[in-house]
Design a protein around this ligand. Structure first.
Ligand code: 3H9
Length: 700
């Protein structure tokens, strides 16, 4: 019997085992059972002389079924390792025929075959590291035996796949198959049989030799590039065992390491974010079959840093885009920046010159709206002032066809008020890109009161097409990400007034795993932007709330951050290293004295609680208000837009690992000292009382 997840057929003495578990042929229990049954059937049938393993649909196999990890297995479960061992024992030729993805356990399945055929554009890799794991079914033993230790380790520690052509060059596949893969695999099997070739078991190939200090050197380099992650180092250790110990020992070691790591917080966090990213695409009242409109041509209004970056996103995805500004010199400047960005990518070897030219050719500069034509979407990225935005939208409404989606890249303004300037509020939506827009993966898609469902569905699809992760958020000040950021920055400033120095706060946040702390970040972004916004709001600032003046005082001295060589830190010419500045310390100490605050040493634990718990408390409010659809969306935002350490899974996953009560109790403690800003969100209080998790929260 074969399971429906694996189809069994024979052709001229060759058994075909076809994995059929859409969408990606993950190795679910049913697939594993189907493979082992098919193998036994083929081995027992005297008429079958060889086997071909192939995938139906989009690809060969994307690996173990991640959704089954951590769930109880039935006692008779077939483990991928059983299959690999059975392949090793098989007495008939086994051939893997690969198209699309062969990843993780999928590649390991192919590695355990005697030969591999692949389509030139197949993608083969061991991406387990991206979900905090390592290859756990023989990959660390077999891949180095086929392609060498260093190339194999590079694949494992980066998680990046290689294509069929490269795999053929490196010896991972034995033959490329253009055209009909199944026919090519059957023909290959015919040749193997006709030539009576000896079975080529990968595990029996000699272990490749490496220089005595190879692993030490590799680990040292890895330490610099993968801060905070364990999984890449586990891959190195298993590969090392694979070439220095017996095959049996190395196999057992790999299995045990994988099983242990499956329970590690890093794997849990990264698996959480894998599914969180995919779940973000699901919007309860905008079902997956909502019609979308093709975005064949785009326009961006404003050729500044953001506008230019957004135009690059379209060009990178092959979508022609018109970049509009009101003056020729602004356009020229914008285009020069774009060309410079591409040129740097070419210099780094990450883009070919011809590809750069092709992308630049997709960007058409234009002065004024006259040359806009009929874009399917326009994204506005002009100055962050409501009257200016409203004027732009009124004009766009006048000149664009009624079907054009009008999007705003505002990060602070009310999308509904912007939509109100048009006669098509249903066609208006927010697309909040993060800087640099061509690099950062996050896109907050802001749903206005009137935004139509097809406009939401189209924009979410567009996010994917331009290789962003789109997260739907509601209209509120700062949307989700920046709204949460406020409390984090507020507390960082207060900590400095109370006794910490910027470098101490930054060190604590960096030790937690962020790429940099709030002060280094502020210096990088530029202090003047926030200063301008604060000055604009000074008249309406509530008097009863504490307000830190240090950042304003720095700006008054012309210290705008890296761009002026000084901000919270000082910078030496041509060097971005933040250096503590005695002048800043003097200003801080003087400010504390003016405020009558007796400075005290502040422990790292307090710094972390004071900065991180406001994120969680604010997110609880955001969830209750429905401004984010689910806690995991908040995680996707903070992981992809704000550098929250990936191996901690995002603020809400982190909160769930600590438990709501721990956070609630601390929030109450700080409320007693600092008052109103620390008032606990009702949802946090409820979860703390009930022992609930953010992950399970759903609005009624
Ligand atoms: C492993 O193999 C361990 C072994 O070494 C040892 C074992 C002992 N499982 O991403 P998409 C779902 S660890 C379950 O939107 P794409 C995904 O959730 C595994 N589900 O499509 C989504 O579901 P939904 C090593 C999976 O075309 C749907 O498929 N392998 C799995 O942009 C479509 O996915 C990996 O880490 C899975 N393995 O990208 C590969 N994979 O429609 C992880 C996908 O309900 N997967 N789904 O939202 C990927 O990198 C991408 O999904 C892939 C396709 C490149 C395959």
């Amino acid at each position: 019997m074969t399971s429906p997840a694996v189809a069994y057929a024979t052709r001229d003495g060759v058994a075909l085992l076809a994995l059929a578990n859409p969408p990606v042929n993950a190795l679910s229990q049913a697939v594993c059972r189907g493979i082992i049954d098919g193998l036994e059937r083929a081995l027992a049938d005297p008429a079958v002389r060889a086997l071909v393993v192939i995938g139906r649909g989009r690809g060969f196999c994307a690996g173990a079924d991640i959704s089954e990890f951590g769930k109880p297995r039935p006692p008779d479960a077939v483990h991928l390792r059983h299959i690999i061992a059975a392949f090793d024992r098989a007495s008939k030729p086994l051939i893997a025929a690969i198209h699309g993805n062969a990843l993780g356990g999928g590649l390991e399945l192919a590695l355990a075959c005697h030969w591999r055929l692949a389509a030139p554009d197949a993608r083969m890799g061991l991406p387990e590291v991206k979900i905090g794991l390592l290859a756990g079914a023989g990959g660390t033993l077999r891949l180095p035996r086929l392609i060498g230790v260093e190339p194999a380790l590079r694949m494992m520690t980066s998680g990046e796949p290689i294509d069929g052509r490269q795999a053929a060059k490196q010896g991972l596949v034995d033959e490329l198959a253009e055209g009909d893969l199944e026919a090519a695999a059957l023909a290959f099997a015919g040749r193997v049989l006709a030539e009576d070739r000896a079975l080529r078991r990968t595990r029996d190939l000699p272990a490749p030799a490496v220089a005595p200090d190879f692993f030490e050197t590799y680990r040292a380099a890895l330490k610099k590039s993968t801060r905070g992650f364990m999984a890449p180092f586990l891959s190195v250790a298993c590969v090392e065992a694979g070439v220095t110990r017996s095959v049996e020992e190395a196999t057992a070691n790999e299995g045990a390491t994988f099983d242990r790591q499956l329970g590690a917080p890093e794997a849990k966090a990264l698996i959480h974010s894998f599914f969180a990213e995919r779940k973000a695409a699901a919007i309860p009242d905008v079902p997956a079959d909502t019609p979308t409109h093709k975005i064949g041509r785009a326009a961006v209004i404003g050729a500044g840093t953001m506008g230019g970056g957004i135009a690059m996103c379209f060009a990178n995805a092959g979508i022609p885009v018109t970049l509009v500004d009101s003056a020729q010199d602004a356009i020229d400047r914008g285009l020069r920046t774009i060309a410079g960005n591409y040129a740097r990518t070419v210099e780094r070897g990450r883009l070919s010159r011809s590809e750069m030219d092709a992308r630049l050719a997709l960007i058409t500069p234009a002065v004024g709206y006259g040359a806009l034509g009929s874009p399917d979407i326009v994204i506005e990225a002009v100055f962050e002032e409501m009257p200016i935005k409203q004027q732009v939208f009124a004009e766009l409404d006048r000149v664009c066809p009624p079907s054009t989606i009008l999007a705003t890249n505002t990060s602070t303004l009310d999308v509904d008020a912007i939509a109100g300037a048009t006669r098509r509020p249903a066609q208006v939506i927010g697309t909040h890109f993060f800087s640099p827009a061509n690099v950062m993966r996050l896109l907050e898609v802001v749903r206005g009161k009137a935004t139509a469902k097809d406009v939401i569905a189209t924009t979410m699809k567009l996010a994917r097409d331009i290789r962003k992760v789109g997260v739907l958020v509601g209209v509120c000040e700062g949307f989700v990400g920046n709204r949460m950021l406020r409390g984090y920055l507020r507390e960082a400033d207060f900590l400095v007034e109370e006794g910490a120095l910027p470098q101490e706060v930054d060190a604590a946040i960096a030790a937690f795993g962020f790429p940099m702390g709030p002060f280094a970040m502020a210096d990088l972004a530029g202090l003047d932007v926030g200063w301008r916004i604060r000055k604009g709001k000074a008249a309406t600032r509530p008097n009863h709330l504490r307000y830190s003046t240090i950042a304003d005082r720095l700006c008054e001295q012309g210290r705008f951050g890296q761009k002026t060589g000084a901000g919270w830190y000082r910078y030496e010419k041509g060097d971005r290293t933040p250096r503590p500045d005695p002048d800043v310390e003097a200003l801080i100490v003087a400010t504390s004295a003016e405020l009558g605050i007796e400075r005290r040493p502040i422990a790292e634990a307090e710094i972390l609680e004071r900065c991180l718990y406001p994120l969680i408390n604010e997110a609880a409010r955001i969830l209750e208000e429905g401004m984010a659809l689910r806690a995991s969306d908040v995680d996707v935002i903070w992981l992809n837009g704000y550098g929250f350490p990936a191996w901690r899974g995002g603020p809400m996953h982190y909160a769930d690992t600590l438990g709501a009560k721990v956070i609630y109790d601390a929030v109450r403690r700080y409320e007693a000292v600092h008052g109103e800003p620390w008032r606990p969100a009702p949802l946090l209080e409820r979860l703390a009382t009930e022992g609930g998790r953010f992950a399970d929260f759903a609005r009624e």
